[in-house]
Design a protein around this ligand. Sequence first.
Ligand code: ATP
Ligand code: MG
Length: 317
Amino acid sequence: EALGPTITVGEILVEIMATTIGAGFLEPQSLTGPYPSGAPAIFIDQVARMGGAAGIIASVGNDDFGRLNVDRLRQDGVDISAIAISADWPTGSAFVRYRPDGARDFVFNIARSAAGQIGLTPAAKDLIGRAGHVHVMGTALSIPGAREVILHAIETVRARGGSVSFDPNLRKELLTDDGALESFNHVLGATDLLLPSDEELFTAAGLTDEAAAVASLLESGIGEIVLKRGEQGASFFGLDRPRIDCAAFAVAEVDPTGAGDCFGAAYLTCRRKGMAPDAALLHANAAGARNVTWLGPMEGVSTLAELTAFIAQAPRR
Ligand code: ATP
Ligand code: MG
């Protein structure tokens, strides 16, 4: 951590949730929100809450949706100096409704919101120049301006001796143009720590067998892979290191959105603070489990003390 803060780049959104389970938004219905959201924002908020130095390069509108996000990030200790406030574009949004089987329908407004205006501003360059680690959220690769910032940040931070982590959560709804896939492969080639969930592991490796996919990615130079398995917990894989499996904590799931982001932030922050992979994995599982017990994707972020207390008493699956 001595080298500088963990930074990320990408969409800050509000999330507005259907209060009932069902298919999509084709008729009037009751909604709840706005909640602070956006995968990169949830991630960086969780880093800061754990006491990690953290900053984000992003863009919001000059509106309440932007203000509620920026206020939360500032309050939780995130460096907000590189969040631009657009005079012309509204803050991005995501409407989400759960289906009976747990699948989600989304209506996103990201590329044509303030989030679509992310670019390499002087404040962004300054933050990148001070950073020690870049976390790349796959979702942000659907924003052309953010892609450019991400590739620049990776190059700059690696040249300073810093490292790169990657959550390849590029949803198919977000695959807007060819540049997204091209940059996906570029980022993968620079990744030290990969944080996929099941399907994403296969996409990243271009293989459909778990062991083969892990072996191929480790072979390609990725130092650590931590696989997220939802309520099945998570697994650690490293080159020439024993595999570690971690059972999930038994909790009552209220809202699973954001679990992966909190998990990744907790794992990375523990590792950057010098914790061994098994301890980092346990804290990450705790952060994911705690997050799903809150309604709202950023409402269940944890401090290190909260994680420690949770680990000491929570039952495992
Ligand atoms: P998202 O994209 O929705 O943020 P993800 O698909 O990236 O999530 P998940 O595997 O769903 O990631 O969740 C990340 C981690 O959070 C899991 O590996 C697990 O440790 C924890 N977790 C998630 N859901 C539950 C649950 N229902 N009970 C306990 N722990 C959970
Ligand atoms: Mg995910």
